[in-house]
Design a protein around this ligand. Structure first.
Ligand code: WT7
Length: 640
């Protein structure tokens, strides 16, 4: 069926100028009569492409081709838009991704010196944007807000930098930051970056044990925290958790000398806060006394910028290490193109800085572009489920929940199933805003597969095409690269500037986990399908893959089918040991009040697998779950 409307003409025009194989599609079927999800193309709305940074697939292909054929030229041109104290030499990057050829190494702009904080703040101020709002903060309570211009942000960062230097923190020292989404969290990250200290942000929802484990691993000179935070109606006493974690760390021989504590008086007064003299210092008592200017520490591009721990499904958390130069260039560039950034935009990423998304797309990427970023302390469900749209409208000063100001939507973290995609697109974005379904990982630093919103039609549920400079490969279990339409293991053939360089203190685990499974490739751990038009579809973690009679089925594929039923809001699918049968039909379906999710919203399917196969004593670490009580409910429900 062809939609005979004026917009269908536009569709066809785009199809004709689209990538090779799409030209064969001569009709676009939308709505009820979708033949296959792969055939559903959603085009940029009227006028969007014309104003976009990349406005056609052709333009993308031209840029992409250059980025692959001449990565050194492509990336050094972009890097030249930033400030470098001294430039890189002849060799823009070096890489070895093949374990057969020796140690895995990735280096970008080595020998050049720069500073990320300088590029994010001083450089934008020098360009005349000092008076522009850098951070628009929204507190837990509606009506509680604050803002900082670029100049004000720099002053705050410098004061903290000076304080940290004064207590003896030097280039290369680690600092753990355990804070909620106060403005002081990005301030602390930037202050570390300014003086060359390596920050390690630990999500403030993590337990004492998780925090202690990270402290023991990276041995920080200081911990930065706040006394308490309100999330919705709950008050969480963070300082108590830090105290316990420091006791725990001391038992493991790691003594942390300083605990800088921000008094978050909207949650708890200082008088009520437990205190250890000599170690604990109130931020407000010391930091404002310091000078509002602070010399920048010029750093090698390959010096570490931060460590961020990602909990593998088993074993101890992995300290993903990112370095300065490449990460800076990569997050700035992916931010700019995936969100088609315009200086007049107000940009909001709802992620917490405790995750990589909050590093790359709350703090570094946007500020490096001189953007105005919304930082939200609270919960999307408080005081009610309309809070997000309330915030969207508030900062554009229009009628409640009109969402008219929205231009682009983003999605990340799990495959977004087509039904959820359509809801986001139709309901939230009024069928007008493109969705950047960005595929990436803590390890990758920035987006690797992502729509460029004006450049090509989207397919609900597909992350679409690779970003500049990224060469994905879908390989089979033997590591052979598959061509054309195929499905297998998603790997990357080359390095990109934002790639992590090692796992802190364990380069061997880095090589074993990511580079040994398929020699010559970075292995992502995700399953992926490439359709006839070259679009990439993420099918879930390969550890979660379901094997039916030798057919490997991604969790996302079955889940998408389930949630297409109008009465199913969400689904998680796992495979259990079973007699081999010819048909893939679920044995059991349980209705559940909730799914076991991490605090970043990822479904922990390994726990479901254990419950489904009744291996209840092997549930593993459930402390990172947002609501561990869900597990007990599920166990009770599935007791058959
Ligand atoms: C894993 C990485 C990436 C920042 C937040 C999570 C899954 C991520 C997508 C997407 C399908 C996605 C993958 C990946 N994932 N984005 N757009 N479509 N799956 O970072 O905690 O390091 O998790 O999240 O499975 O490997 P992370």
């Amino acid at each position: 069926q062809t939609m005979a409307t004026s917009s269908s003409d536009r569709r066809l025009r785009h199809v004709e100028s689209g990538p090779g194989r799409m030209q064969r599609l001569n009709a676009v079927v939308l709505g009820e009569s979708i033949a296959s999800e792969e055939d559903e193309l959603v085009f940029p709305s009227e006028g969007f492409s014309e104003q976009a940074l990349v406005s056609s697939h052709e333009q993308y292909l031209k840029m992409y081709k250059r980025s692959i054929e001449d990565p050194a030229g492509f990336w050094s041109e972009i890097a030249s838009e930033f400030y470098w104290k001294t430039k890189w030499g002849e060799e823009v990057f070096t890489e070895n991704l093949d374990v057969r050829k020796g140690k895995i190494t990735i280096e970008w702009f080595k020998g050049a010196t720069t500073n990320v904080c300088y590029n994010a703040l001083d450089r934008n101020i020098e360009a005349g944007n000092g008076g522009k709002i850098a951070i628009q903060w929204e507190g837990n309570e509606p009506g509680h807000d604050a803002q900082l211009t670029y100049s004000e942000l720099l002053e705050k960062v410098c004061q903290l930098s000076n304080y940290l230097k004064d207590i003896g923190i030097r280039k290369g020292d680690a600092v753990v930051i355990y804070m909620p989404m106060l403005m002081e969290l990005p301030i602390a990250m930037l202050a570390c970056a300014r003086i060359g200290a390596v920050h390690s942000v630990v999500f403030a929802g993590f337990s004492t044990e998780s925090l202690a484990q990270r402290i023991v691993d990276c041995k920080p000179k200081a911990v930065i925290t706040c006394n308490a935070v309100c999330r919705g109606t709950k008050v969480i006493q963070l300082k108590d958790i830090v105290d316990d974690a420091l006791v725990e760390s001391a038992k493991n021989g790691i003594l942390v000398g300083a605990c800088l504590t921000y008094e978050n008086s909207s949650a708890m007064m200082r008088e009520e806060t437990k205190w250890q003299d000599g170690r604990d210092i109130w931020w407000q008592d010391v930091v404002p006394k310091y000078s509002t200017t602070c010399e920048v520490e010029w750093m090698d591009a390959e010096d570490p910028l931060f460590l961020l721990y990602t909990s593998g499904s088993t074993g101890k958390p992995k300290g993903v290490l990112h370095t300065i130069g490449g990460y800076m260039i990569y997050t700035a560039t992916t931010f700019k193109y995936a969100f088609d950034y315009k200086p007049s935009d107000i940009y909001w990423c709802t992620a917490d800085c405790g995750w990589i998304t909050g590093h790359s797309y709350v703090t570094y990427g946007p500020l490096l572009n001189g953007a105005t970023v919304v930082v939200f302390e609270g919960a999307p469900t408080y005081p009610d489920y309309g809070r997000c749209w309330d915030i969207v409208d508030k900062f554009k000063y229009v009628t409640r929940y009109s969402r008219k100001s929205l231009r682009i939507l983003g999605s990340v973290g799990e495959p977004i199933n087509p039904s959820a995609w359509r809801w986001l697109f139709n309901v939230v974005g009024d069928s007008r805003c493109p969705i950047s379904d960005t595929w990436w990982q803590t390890e990758t630093g920035g987006f690797l597969i992502t729509p460029l919103p004006g450049a090509w039609p989207q397919k609900p549920g597909s992350a679409t095409f690779p970003f500049f400079g990224v060469q994905p490969a879908i390989v089979d279990e033997k590591g052979n690269e598959l061509e054309g339409e195929c499905s297998g293991y998603l790997s990357i053939k080359n390095s990109w500037p934002g790639a992590f360089r090692t796992l802190y203190g364990d380069h061997e685990r880095y090589e074993t986990t990511y580079f040994k499974p398929f020699s010559g490739y970075y292995f992502s751990g995700d399953g992926c399908r490439r359709d006839k038009d070259g679009y990439y579809w993420l099918t879930g973690r390969v550890d979660d893959v379901i094997n039916v009679s030798g057919h490997r089925i991604g969790t996302a594929e079955v889940e998408s089918a389930l949630v297409s039923h109008p009465q199913c809001a969400e689904a998680a699918v796992v495979g259990v040991e079973h007699e081999i049968g010819a048909f893939a039909a679920p044995d059991r379906i349980h209705w559940a009040p909730g799914l076991p999710k991490t605090r970043s919203g990822k479904i922990m399917r390994r726990i479901l697998r254990k419950i489904a196969s009744r291996q209840l004593d092997e549930l593993g670490d459930t402390s990172t779950l947002a609501d561990p009580s869900v597990v007990d409910q599920l166990i009770a429900l599935s007791d058959f």
